[in-house]
Write a protein that binds this ligand. Structure first.
Ligand code: EPU
Length: 339
């Protein structure tokens, strides 16, 4: 366990934003966390922020509380049955490293989620998703430390209340639990999801004759790296906004005026609209003011070209929200957690 005070969070957020934590502690085990919570901080009155990979957070000011950096590692096979492998990973494991582990061992189901930045612990919080697959599709259960009761609790899928980039950990359970490990259910026989986006085209371009999970993973990685900025090079947090879900009536009206508006059925009577398209139509794609910008290849991604402040990125996001609302009557919601 390591403890620091007035500690720079810049290396700990993929936006690369400068902000100070009043106190910062990293822990490697549940026992270290428990010790920290009992001896150093007071969950009832201290502000606490649990940080994993820092890939979905925007700091807009210094953090006047404790930042807890989860470094619990380890990947292990718990058990298997006829159809599945049950694989447990420490919350501090890098997500893409976990996906690669699955591919190397021929455990199927995580390949579409290749190259998503961040850590295992964040995967259920955000219900991360890409190319037609979400964490909820492979989630089995997780163990979390209850900061108030100071004990470990198990959450099964039904307890997590998963939604689109959403879970109980962003709602009623927010701020209460520290995820320690996650158990995923991987398949022995792959169930390929290659219909979404450009995956089939990419597999053809790669000349793949026989489909396997490694090929799908590589196709996803090619597509992602062609459209999305590498946080190691340009600060960003992936999609900054969620794709909004509107009534199908509103969508039909909009489609009369804008025949190219991309929409996908999202339950009866609702349509999910591509926020990237809405933002691009408002002229933001490639926009840059100072070091804050809207990524030229994917308008849903806001970037820090170097020394943008969190406030500058937030202001840009607000200007985008306002203009999309004015033009289309649709209110965009941020996917990134603003602190
Ligand atoms: N589009 C535009 N202009 C843009 C960007 C997109 O017109 O600048 C259009 C595309 O042409 C396409 C549609 O919008 O018709 C959807 O674009 P894309 O396939 O790139 O996906 P997305 O909806 O923008 C979502 C996820 C991504 C995920 C991809 C692929 C959300 C908020 N984002 O993006 O997730 O990788 O689908 O599955 O749901 C993330 O959450 O951080 C993230 C990167």
């Amino acid at each position: 366990m390591q403890i620091h005070h007035h500690f720079s969070l810049r290396p700990y957020n993929s936006f690369g934003i400068e902000a100070l934590a009043r106190s910062f502690a990293s822990f490697n085990t549940a026992e270290e966390l428990s010790e920290l919570v009992t001896e150093q901080l007071h969950p009832e009155k201290d502000q606490i922020l649990v940080l994993g990979g820092g890939s979905n957070i925007l700091f807009t000011k210094d953090f006047d509380g404790w930042v807890l950096h989860n470094r619990i590692k380890g990947i292990g096979l718990l058990r298997e049955d006829d159809r599945h492998f049950y694989l447990q990973a420490g919350a501090g494991e890098n997500w893409h490293g976990f996906v690669q582990y699955c591919i190397d061992h021929n455990y199927a189901g995580a390949e579409n989620l290749s190259l998503i930045p961040g850590n295992v612990g964040a995967s259920p919080i955000q219900n991360i998703g890409a190319y037609g697959v979400e964490i909820k599709d492979l989630f089995h259960e997780l163990e979390a430390f209850d900061l108030f009761e100071k004990q470990v609790r198990t959450f099964r899928s039904a307890d997590c209340d998963f939604g689109y980039r959403d879970s109980i950990f962003k709602k009623s359970a927010k701020g209460r639990y520290v995820i320690l490990n996650v158990t995923y259910r991987l398949n022995k026989k792959p169930d390929f999801h290659i219909g979404y986006g450009a995956i089939t085209q990419e597999l053809e371009r790669m000349g793949v004759q026989e489909l396997d999970i490694r090929a799908v993973s590589e196709a996803v990685m090619h597509i992602r790296s062609s459209k999305l900025p590498d946080p190691g090079q340009t600060g960003n947090a992936g999609s900054f906004f969620k794709n909004p879900v509107i009534s199908s009536v509103q969508y039909t009206d909009l489609a009369h005026e804008y025949p190219h508006i991309p929409g996908y059925v999202a339950g009866e009577g609702f349509t999910k609209v591509a926020a990237g398209w809405l933002i691009e139509q408002c002229g933001w794609k490639g926009y840059r003011k100072g070091d804050a910008g809207c990524y030229p290849k994917q308008a849903l991604v806001l970037v820090n070209y170097g020394n943008a402040s969190g406030k500058e990125i937030l202001d840009l996001s607000q200007a985008i929200i306002d203009s999309v609302e004015k033009k289309f009557g649709i209110l965009l919601e941020r996917e990134v957690n603003v602190v």
